[in-house]
Design a protein around this ligand. Structure first.
Ligand SMILES: Cc1ncc(COP(=O)(O)O)c(C=O)c1O
Length: 420
């Protein structure tokens, strides 16, 4: 029987108003501080504008880079493979090669099959998968996070419902490591706490412990029975040599720790948007590793089912071929060397324009970022008066500094800091 017109109108207004009220309480989310910088940069029409906010490598002309080894791997892959699903744990070949980079080519742990490892959605996905795993199997635990750290670490462990604590890391006066503060905090944390460590090229500070300090940290973490979780988003980007950049991890392995590692190919292979990474957890034995891997897969299944295939194929093609791997190593070194060169150039230019401040930390810090020590107000002046875009914590992405803009940048920094 047909409904009367009036009834239809009544019903649609009831359903209409109900459906309209579903999201009425949703407020806009706060802007991501890093992505907001890029938006503001893009909207600025000034020809002088400089973006040193974003953590993505640029060449000396300020252009994004696709590595030649990646182009060649894509040529080899093109038309040769199907687009089937990967297994839940991702590409076995990619994971195998990735573990060798972190644990060493001849790692006993790999031979003994003690590592539970799965392909992850780049470094972020690897951290998140670990945080979820931590919550599921150590529900009472917390995570100790360095101050400062990559802002997303806080979001990741928050959304995994793992309570967060912090530990001292950066010393604003020395613009270096607050080693004493770090040691105290590790000592004072309850035995068996989880600690998040940046394996190399700490973001945002560019401050890494020395080899000797890593040895002491490893010893202390062992004594306290803490669990070290390494976020290694920049392997190869610190020194130009992925082997050297894995030093901290190797120290911990030698000391017999059970560790977790998040690895990413975003920066060191320039595969940012491909989302290729790996989460690994070193276990007591093979049986435990099989169990842990199965649980990691179980966490992945309802989230994204299985990881994307293209980037993993690019990585396994490069690392599985000696010639392409050699080319990759050369290209990583090229990127790291350009950044190191820009650190020297920025410091020299600051000294040349007559800055009375010490800029030693620009060349002492390592990796993609320089934690300049500028205040949020000084950063605002850089943006408003000089069209220079960066995060308000004073972090300069050295990857955005070029031969063409380093003089302009140094002069502007001098202008906004000279009255301090
Ligand atoms: C310290 C740190 N960890 C993890 C990541 C994650 O990067 P991605 O998810 O692109 O691999 C980044 C990226 O900026 C980072 O700086």
């Amino acid at each position: 029987m047909a409904l009367s017109r009036k009834l239809v109108q009544q019903r649609s207004s009831v359903f209409g108003s109900r459906s309209m009220s579903w999201w009425r309480s949703v407020e806009p989310a706060p802007k991501d501080p890093i992505l907001g910088v890029t938006e503001a940069f893009l909207a600025d029409p000034s020809p002088d504008k400089v973006n040193v906010g974003v953590g993505a490598y640029r060449d000396d002309n300020g252009k994004p880079v696709v590595l030649e080894c990646v182009r060649e791997a894509e040529r080899r892959i093109a038309g040769n493979l199907n687009m089937e699903y990967l297994p839940m744990g991702g590409s076995v070949k990619m994971v195998e090669e990735t573990l060798k980079l972190a644990y060493g080519e001849n790692s006993e742990h790999i031979k003994d099959k003690r590592i539970a490892a799965v392909q992850a959605l780049s470094g972020t996905g690897a951290c998140r998968l670990f945080a979820d795993f931590q919550k599921r199997f150590r529900p009472e635990s917390q995570i100790y996070i360095p101050v400062p750290t990559w802002a997303n670490h806080h979001n990741i462990w928050r959304d995994a419902h793992v309570p967060q604590k912090t530990f001292h890391y950066y010393h604003p006066e020395t613009k270096g490591l607050d080693f004493a503060g770090l040691v105290d905090d590790m000592k004072n944390a309850p035995n068996g706490s989880f600690f998040l460590l940046h394996a190399c090229a700490h973001n945002p500070t560019g401050v890494d412990p020395s080899e000797e300090q890593w040895k002491e940290i490893s010893k202390l973490i062992k004594e306290k029975g803490h669990f070290p979780f390494f976020d290694m988003a920049y392997q190869g980007f610190a020194s130009g040599d992925p082997e050297r950049d894995a030093k901290a991890i190797r120290i911990f392995l030698e000391d017999g720790h059970l560790i977790g590692i998040a690895q990413s190919y975003a920066k060191n292979m320039g595969l940012y948007g491909q989302r290729v990474g790996c989460l690994s957890v070193l276990c007591e034995d093979e049986k435990q590793a099989v169990a842990v891997k199965s649980q990691l897969q179980m966490l992945a299944r309802p989230m994204y089912s299985n990881p994307p295939v293209h980037g993993a194929l690019v990585v396994s093609t490069i690392l599985g071929d000696q010639e392409l791997k050699t080319l990759w190593l050369k290209e990583v070194k090229g990127m790291a060397d350009r950044i190191i060169g820009m650190r020297t150039a920025l410091r020299e230019n600051l000294e040349k324009v007559g800055s009375p401040l010490s800029w030693e930390h620009v060349t002492n810090q390592i990796g993609m970022f320089c934690y300049s020590g500028m205040t949020p107000e000084q950063v605002d002046r850089l943006t408003n008066e000089f069209h220079i875009y960066m995060t308000r914590n004073g972090r300069i992405s050295m990857a955005g500094v070029t031969t063409g803009n380093v003089g302009y940048l140094a002069n502007a920094i001098h202008e906004v800091t000279k009255s301090t």
